[in-house]
Structure formats: structure tokens, C-alpha cells
Design a protein around this ligand. Structure first.
Ligand code: CMP
Length: 154
């Protein structure tokens, strides 16, 4: 069985290996490792559902996920992109409105492991990172996905 201390140092090592997080001070990485939870998802599980409320942020520790969005014209979900180990998701519902803007679906035969961080810790420790201020609009335009979908559903 892994001890809490070993898990903490494994999580620190992992966070240091992720380009987005490696620039953070050791103290911040340590605080993130203190608060995060591990979660496992089976292939095909919905980790996040578009339109739902949410207050958690995720870093992929193992496996791949699909990002899909509802196209309001066809009413079908379209794959926007794949995310993998070291990528993160779930930040948008923590920035302003708390509604999820896309589906996140586990897409790995052996399942997906995520490190999960709650809203308060995200806001305190992570939200200032430049990499988190990504703009997705270009891809959404290309895919013809209605970015207002989540708001219209409210
Ligand atoms: P959130 O809206 O909280 O939940 C769904 C997540 O999917 C979202 O945060 C982003 O992390 C991610 N996401 C939304 N749109 C895109 C996109 N076009 N490309 C990649 N990731 C996206």
C-alpha cells in the first residue's frame, strides 16, 4: 500500500513533469499535491457533461479523453479534440459562470486517471497560470459548434 507521503511526492514529481505546472513554486506544487484527489474513469465514462454545473478542475495523469460539443444545428455531439496525459480540463466552469462548456469522455481502453482539484484550491493555486487562459473559439468556429449552447440551455 502506498503511504500518503509517497503519494504526495509522486504527485509532486508528476506535476513538475507537466509543462503547464513546472514553473510553479515548489510551495504551490506542494499545496496542490496536498489537496488533489485521484479519480479513475472507465472507457466511455462521461467525466464532464456539457451544460451541467461543475466546480472541479482535472489534470490527466494517465490515458486519453475526448472533448465533444453539441452542434445546435444537427443536435449531434462533435469531437473537438483529444486530450492526453499532462493535459488539463474543466477550468472554464471555474472562471465566471459555473456551467460546463463541453463533454469530456474517457477514451482509453484501460481507463483514465485524473487528479481532481476543487474550485477554491484552483482559484488560489492555479488560476493565474497563463496556459490556462487558452482561447478555444477558433476551433469551435471551424467545427461549427454553437458556443452559446450551454447558456441557451439554462
Ligand atoms: P469546462 O467548461 O469546465 O468543462 C468542459 C471542458 O472542456 C472545458 O472546461 C475545457 O477544459 C474543455 N474545452 C471546452 N472547449 C474546448 C475546446 N474547444 N478545446 C479543448 N477543450 C475544450
Amino acid at each position: 500500500m502506498r503511504t500518503g507521503l509517497l503519494r504526495h511526492s509522486e504527485h509532486m514529481d508528476f506535476l513538475r513533469s507537466v509543462p503547464t505546472f513546472k514553473g510553479l513554486p515548489e510551495e504551490t506544487l506542494s499545496k496542490i499535491a496536498d489537496v488533489l484527489e485521484e479519480a479513475h474513469y472507465n472507457n466511455g465514462d462521461y467525466i464532464i457533461r456539457q451544460g451541467a454545473r461543475g466546480d472541479t478542475f482535472y489534470i490527466i495523469a494517465k490515458g486519453k479523453v475526448k472533448v465533444t460539443k453539441r452542434n445546435s444545428k444537427t443536435q449531434e455531439d462533435q469531437v473537438i479534440r483529444l486530450l492526453q496525459k499532462g493535459d488539463f480540463f474543466g477550468e472554464r466552469a471555474l472562471q465566471g459562470e459555473d456551467v460546463r462548456t463541453a463533454n469530456i469522455i474517457s477514451a482509453d481502453p484501460t481507463g483514465v486517471d485524473c487528479l481532481v482539484i476543487d474550485r477554491d484550491s484552483y482559484l488560489q493555486l492555479i488560476s493565474t497560470l497563463d496556459d490556462l487562459k487558452q482561447i478555444y473559439e477558433d476551433e469551435e468556429d471551424k467545427a461549427g459548434v454553437d458556443t452559446e449552447y450551454a447558456k441557451l440551455k439554462l
